[in-house]
Design a binder for this molecule. Structure first.
Ligand code: APR
Ligand code: PHB
Length: 389
């Protein structure tokens, strides 16, 4: 088989890149390790930057998002039992869309099917070859038979645990990482959301977040120690701890119910450089991981896709190579700014195990400064809604 761009990974990054390239007349094949149902069963975050909203609309997959998503003009932060609002509209004249990543992935798969996109799932042993030559190819096993795909470029959209990043020589690859000493215990419940907008709460007992999927489906998180397991957290224990950490007036009216999903996720910041090696491009989680505090994971994958799509479109349409050659430089510039913001939100809002009373006061003063300074709130707002591409 031959294609122009072989995409490894059928998550949001791979699907969106394939959809955009196909609409530009560029052939792609997606090789996905898992079965589609498995990919679609993943519960992920739910805040879309406006740049992501526009990219999904440009890809022709924005209809259900526009019909079912919730446009939010602000977000609440709280500390010491008091909350204040970051007014995106007033500060930066931009908003965010609350719409689950799982739904985005569903919409992308539906659009790929509608266009006859080639997605090979349950592809095993996917291996890129000759990436530093002009004629790369990718091999994989399907139903016990080895297959080969010759291509012009390989897009590594295979996430943090994928194969693509590992094919970049150690002499070339540089990685930067910070692992946080806590995790997030997340609960999905068929309950009314705690408030109309999200609430990020700093508390001396630990961080908490009130989010949502729709008016009858809420998503909550509390910070927990790394050695905690889901089994030790009953629903009642979760709700009791959440109520301790969020503003009292919200806690008093919190609608609780059985968890329909409950899981613990670790937090890390990770960036791999370069994001291009020969004919291989790293895209999304394959190149970077952010702690979910800034809601940047999916949104960074989308901005990577933007840079790569524009570069490949210019390459095939006009023979221009600058976009392809400068992909890593351009993508990393935005990746690092979002990595900084996600680190800053995480450091400001969580309780660190070795944190002193002084550290807690510094966090509280950071939040007090945000509450009192329009300039500080504007800086947070422009990062949260998404920096320009
Ligand atoms: N071969 C083929 N497919 C692979 C391989 C492999 N060796 N390794 C991983 N994959 C697939 C995974 O099964 C997954 O479906 O690549 C896909 C990667 O998707 P994601 O991990 O969702 O990463 P990405 O598309 O970059 O999206 C980033 O998703 O994980 C969240 O928090 C993250 O919101 C962010 C977004
Ligand atoms: C979510 O709704 O899952 C969510 C929202 C905002 C975040 C992280 C997760 O920062």
């Amino acid at each position: 088989m031959r294609t122009q761009v072989c995409i490894i990974g059928g998550g949001p990054a791979g699907l969106l890149l394939s959809q955009l390239l196909h609409r530009a007349g560029i052939d792609t094949v997606i090789l996905e390790r898992r079965a589609r149902d498995y990919v679609l069963s993943r519960i992920r975050a739910g805040v879309l930057e406006w740049g992501t909203v526009e990219m999904l609309r440009k890809a022709g997959v924005g209809a259900r998002m526009d019909a079912e998503g919730y446009v939010h003009g602000g977000v609440y932060l709280s500390a010491q039992n008091r909350g204040f609002r970051i007014d995106f509209d007033a500060l930066v004249n931009k908003r965010v869309m609350v719409y689950g990543q799982t739904e985005v992935t569903h919409d992308l798969y539906d659009a790929r099917d509608a266009m006859g996109g080639v997605i090979i799932d349950e592809a095993e042993g996917v291996t890129p070859h000759d990436l530093d030559a002009d004629a790369p190819y990718v091999t994989y096993l399907k139903d016990g038979t080895e297959h080969r795909i010759d291509c012009d470029f390989v897009a590594g959209c295979d996430g943090f645990h994928g194969v693509s990043r590992q094919t970049i020589p150690d002499s070339v690859l540089r990685t930067y990482e910070r692992v946080y000493p806590f995790g997030w215990l997340g609960v999905l419940s068929e309950t009314r959301p705690a408030d109309d907008e999200l609430i990020y709460a700093n508390h001396e007992r630990g961080f908490a977040l009130c989010s949502m999927r729709n008016m009858n489906l809420s998503r909550y998180y509390i910070q927990v120690p790394l050695d905690h397991e889901v089994a030790q957290w009953s629903d009642d224990a979760f709700w009791d701890e959440l109520r301790r950490r969020i503003p009292q007036d919200v806690a008093e009216t919190l609608d609780t119910g059985p968890s329909v999903e409950k899981s613990i996720a670790p937090l890390r910041s990770f960036v791999a450089e370069p994001m291009k090696w020969g004919r291989l491009f790293l895209v999304g989680d394959a190149a970077h991981i952010v702690p979910p505090t800034g809601a940047k994971g999916l949104n960074l994958a989308v901005s990577d896709v933007h840079y790569l799509y524009e570069g490949l479109k210019a390459h095939y349409a006009d023979g221009e190579s600058e976009g392809v050659e400068r992909y890593s430089e351009r993508a990393l510039a935005r990746v690092w700014k979002s990595t900084r913001f996600s680190w800053w939100m995480t450091t400001m809002l969580h309780r660190f195990p070795d944190q002193s009373a002084f550290d807690q006061r510094i966090q509280e003063s950071e939040l007090a400064y945000l509450e009192s300074s329009e300039a500080a709130r504007r800086a947070l707002a422009e990062n949260y809604v998404g920096l320009p591409y």
